[in-house]
Design a protein around this ligand. Structure first.
Ligand SMILES: Cc1cc2nc3c(=O)[nH]c(=O)nc-3n(C[C@H](O)[C@H](O)[C@H](O)COP(=O)(O)OP(=O)(O)OC[C@H]3O[C@@H](n4cnc5c(N)ncnc54)[C@H](O)[C@@H]3O)c2cc1C
Length: 503
């Protein structure tokens, strides 16, 4: 067994260059009693000294070349941890997860042989796409209980565009794939906030949904073909626009979260790029007025995003004071909108009619939202640096139950922080729309040094979701953190799972 040296890596999502203006900094200082000048953590965590397993190396060399195998501690650590707040807070507290024994980067021709060899040697597998899981999906249950190898999909990048479909490797990130498609005048229309980093395989495995799902659908509507590598063979759908011939490979792979095999290739529908985007913003007197207006719609625009009063106020706080913002506030109060609720509406190719009971507030806000949509999560890094804990939870719920679920979720959060005696703030928006309901997303920030506080708040809120007819999650997947809520889903998962893949 050889030894390797101690090194650090940064656990934050993206970078920490997010510019926080004075208004926001002051607001946070006051709310949490902190000093904005003090940065207490840079997000770097030390990968411990870990041994290289020479016997494992010899096994891997039988099926994959040396350049595609890594025993580097930083690599191994990175592949054992995702971007959930529980994992980031644990890292800040130096509570590290179990670390995989090796990372391998197979190309397409190596995957099946690799999986078969690992099965023969009884070595467990975790699958790694872009590493953006927010539900503990990358935490291995086997580390320390036998060998575990992480299979990284970043070399799976075959691509072919034909028949209105892009057939592509699971390792493409959203950004990489969309850039290629755009050069051909096409788009797949899938824009999750993690677009720059998350991968095709990860989207399918977690049942992801992008910000333009109203027009292009959720990932299950976009994908029409999947190749899945399991220990018992390579399975693929016979491609055609639709088929009714039994359970498909797609049915097994969707939401499989690395438990049923490796998603190696997928076929995703592509569309012509929009000729023109139409931008609008509106205000409602209250979030609930906004919800009541939007639930009357039968057809939804490409992007529709309604923020509650707290999120609206927070967004405005981040705009620097100017004569323009003053005039804007006065204009809204003249229209009886004081502590209002902001709606962003973007539609491809055609104008979209004004929602009932709303006050029009120009195009600029929607354009700013679009230009900064992948950078906004970097604000979370700045909060982590100041000792705070940002987190998000989301669910989908019928129109009938949305207002009750919202009220009770906010109440649950406020009761939890009072009981825990910690400072916190919660805000919300709704952003994916269906004829029978919508997805609602909660963002909260707390100040704590205890992972148990965070877990308690999360569990209480998920119980509120379930109690009010909501789903466990609308688009983040179950990962390891929500497994306990999974019920019948976990029964089917047990039937379909492939035994050496992480449970
Ligand atoms: C800042 C931020 C914003 C986000 N925004 C959104 C959003 O707008 N919409 C949304 O839906 N989600 C969002 N997410 C969550 C996350 O990006 C998605 O769950 C995404 O689909 C994960 O993809 P990934 O490639 O990063 O997968 P990973 O994090 O690497 O893996 C996630 C799970 O999928 C499995 N997996 C990955 N690749 C494969 C494969 N090829 N075969 C089999 N299993 C595989 C892994 O084993 C793991 O269980 C966000 C996350 C962050 C951090």
């Amino acid at each position: 067994m050889g030894k390797t040296s101690k090194q650090a890596f940064n656990i934050f999502f993206g970078n920490s260059n997010y510019n926080v203006n004075e208004n926001t900094a002051k607001f946070i200082e006051k709310l949490f009693g902190i000093n904005w000048g003090n940065r207490i953590w840079d997000g770097n965590i030390n990968a411990p000294q870990i041994a290289v397993d020479d016997e494992l190396k010899q096994i891997l060399l039988k099926c994959i070349n040396i350049e595609s195998i890594s025993f580097d501690p930083v690599d191994r650590m990175k592949h054992s941890i995702g971007k959930s707040s529980i994992e980031i807070l644990n890292s800040r507290l130096s509570i590290l997860p179990g670390i995989v024994d090796a990372v391998v980067y197979p190309d397409q021709d190596e995957v099946y042989n690799l999986v078969k060899t690992l099965k023969k040697e009884n070595i467990h597998i975790t699958v790694y796409g872009g590493g953006t899981s927010v539900t503990g999906g990358l935490i291995s249950k086997y580390t320390g209980k036998g060998r575990t190898v992480s299979i990284d999909t970043s070399k799976l990048k075959k691509i072919e565009l034909r028949d209105g479909i892009v057939f592509c490797g699971a390792g493409f990130t959203g950004k990489e794939l969309e850039e290629i498609l755009n050069t051909k005048g096409k788009t797949m229309g899938n824009f999750p906030e993690s677009f720059n980093y998350s991968t095709v395989g990860g989207w399918i495995a977690t049942k992801e949904s992008g910000q333009e799902s109203n027009q292009y659908g959720d990932i299950e509507d976009m994908v029409s073909y999947i190749e899945l590598v399991r220990t018992d063979g390579l399975f693929s759908d016979r491609y055609s626009p639709r088929s009714s011939s039994g359970i498909s490979v797609k049915d097994v792979a969707m939401g499989s979260e690395g438990k049923c095999g490796i998603i190696m290739n997928a076929g995703i529908k592509v569309y012509n790029l929009p000729e023109r985007r139409h931008y609008y913003s509106y205000f409602f007197k209250s979030f609930k007025d906004g919800i009541k207006s939007l639930m009357q719609m039968e057809k939804f625009p490409t992007v529709l995003r309604l923020s509650d009063e707290t999120e609206t106020e927070f967004l405005f706080l981040s705009q620097n004071n100017s004569m323009a913002t003053d005039i804007f506030s006065k204009y809204l109060s003249l229209r009886q909108v004081n502590r209002g609720s902001l709606l962003i509406l973007i539609n491809n190719n055609a104008r979209f009619k004004k929602p009932s009971n709303s006050v029009y507030s120009g195009r600029t806000i929607a354009r700013i939202w679009e230009n900064t949509r992948y950078e906004r999560p970097y604000f979370g890094n700045v909060l982590w640096e100041h000792g705070l804990v940002p987190d998000t939870l989301e669910t989908s719920v019928s129109w009938e139950n949305i207002i009750k679920l919202y009220d009770e979720a906010i109440l649950s959060f406020n009761n939890s922080i009072r009981e825990l005696n910690i400072a916190g703030i919660i805000m919300s928006h709704i952003s994916h729309f269906y004829i029978d309901g919508c997805a609602i997303y909660f963002t909260f920030i707390i100040k704590t040094d205890k992972t148990d506080d965070l877990i308690k708040i999360r569990k209480n809120m998920v119980n509120v979701f379930l109690h009010n007819g909501g789903s466990i999650t609308h688009h983040h997947g179950l990962g390891k953190f929500f497994e306990e809520f999974a019920g019948d889903n976990s029964v089917f998962m047990k039937m379909l799972r492939d035994d050496i893949f992480d449970k």
